[in-house]
Design a protein around this ligand. Structure first.
Ligand SMILES: *[C@@H]1O[C@H](CO)[C@@H](O)[C@H](O)[C@H]1NC(C)=O
Ligand SMILES: *[C@@H]1O[C@H](CO)[C@@H](O)[C@H](O)[C@H]1NC(C)=O
Length: 299
């Protein structure tokens, strides 16, 4: 159905850097103020291998690799920006008269990222009203060296963002959207995980999550899908399988964990448009996400 129409090849801004290991003594997102790293499951972390042409310390963080091109031409946007939807600014695409809806929560780069909005448009074509809220409140992470990531993240808690999502969900329900799912990428994966501990939405999908810890899975109350990348150093396959084990024990919820071969952190929403394999992998992640939503929302 011409699903890939509108993807324009662009020059990526930086080389993808695969880190040998990311090991920072951070017990959990809450305890460390959300520094963005997990405790490495490996007892002896290997040194980071950094070969970026842009030598900035923040580039050591896998979440900040291959940042979105904010002026990328993805062939236009089907939706519109709504200035107050449950107190949030949001990109809304698809009819607000649908009873089926999906909330997509961005990574650190925020709700303006053209590729994210394109994903939202494509999900909307499957019969959903898709809402991409600005849970970073006009203050997404930028590569501004004057404001290192470690400082920025302190004022952008995904747990608080999940609280701010609740009035949006209420507003959507008031608009007649009775079946709502939530998807999140990276930082948004933690937001979606927090929401999945409630019954605010019916289903959740998290793609290459950041800040999510194994214990989170014990509290999940709705069907959850986890899409991980084989080369993700932040939420590596090993961690994804620990999530799966915890979900197996959490008898309350259906769950599905999939690891995409050769996929780095960020693969579902910050892929390299010039790399056909990366484009196909991101497409597959989106299709898998929609199938999971369909399964629980189109009953
Ligand atoms: C993107 O893909 C193209 C084609 O495979 C490759 O030449 C380029 O180096 C890639 N860019 C990044 C940032 O990986
Ligand atoms: C970003 O996208 C714009 C518009 O397509 C393009 O002109 C520009 O070269 C891109 N920048 C990078 C760094 O890829």
């Amino acid at each position: 159905m011409g699903d890939d129409a509108g993807i324009t090849p662009t020059l990526p801004r930086c080389l993808l850097v695969f880190l040998a290991a990311v090991a920072v003594a951070a017990a959990s997102a809450e305890e460390n103020g959300g520094a963005g790293w997990h405790v490495s499951p490996s007892p002896s972390p290997s040194p980071s291998v950094v070969s970026s042409s842009r030598a900035r310390t923040s580039k050591h963080h896998p979440c900040l690799e291959n940042p979105p091109n904010m002026t990328e031409n993805t062939g236009g946007e089907a939706g519109e920006v709504v200035h107050d939807y449950g107190g949030l600014e949001a990109y809304v695409t698809g009819s607000r008269r649908f009873h089926l809806a999906v909330i997509l929560v961005s990574d650190y780069y925020g709700f303006r990222a053209p590729k994210l909005r394109k994903i939202a448009d494509k999900v909307a074509l499957r019969g959903y009203c898709v809402v991409v809220p600005d849970l970073l409140f006009g203050d997404p992470y930028t590569d501004d060296p004057a404001r290192p990531f470690e400082e920025w993240i302190k004022t952008h808690s995904p747990v608080e963002a999940a609280e701010k999502t609740k009035p949006l969900i209420a507003a959507m329900k008031k608009d007649g959207m009775s079946s709502i799912g939530i998807g999140g990428y990276c930082w948004g994966g933690k937001v979606a995980t927090e929401i999945s501990k409630t019954k605010e939405t019916k289903v959740a999908v998290i793609s290459h999550p950041a800040l999510v810890v194994v214990e989170d899975m014990n509290e999940v109350k709705i069907p959850i899908e986890i899409l991980g990348g084989e080369l993700d150093t932040l939420s590596p396959p090993k961690l994804a399988h620990q999530f799966e084990d915890a979900l197996d024990k959490n008898k309350r919820v259906d769950h599905f964990v999939k690891i995409f071969p050769k996929a780095p952190h960020g693969f579902a929403c910050r892929y390299n448009t010039s790399d056909p394999f990366a484009v196909r992998t991101a497409d597959e992640a989106r299709v898998d996400m929609v199938k999971w939503f369909d399964k629980y929302l189109k009953l």
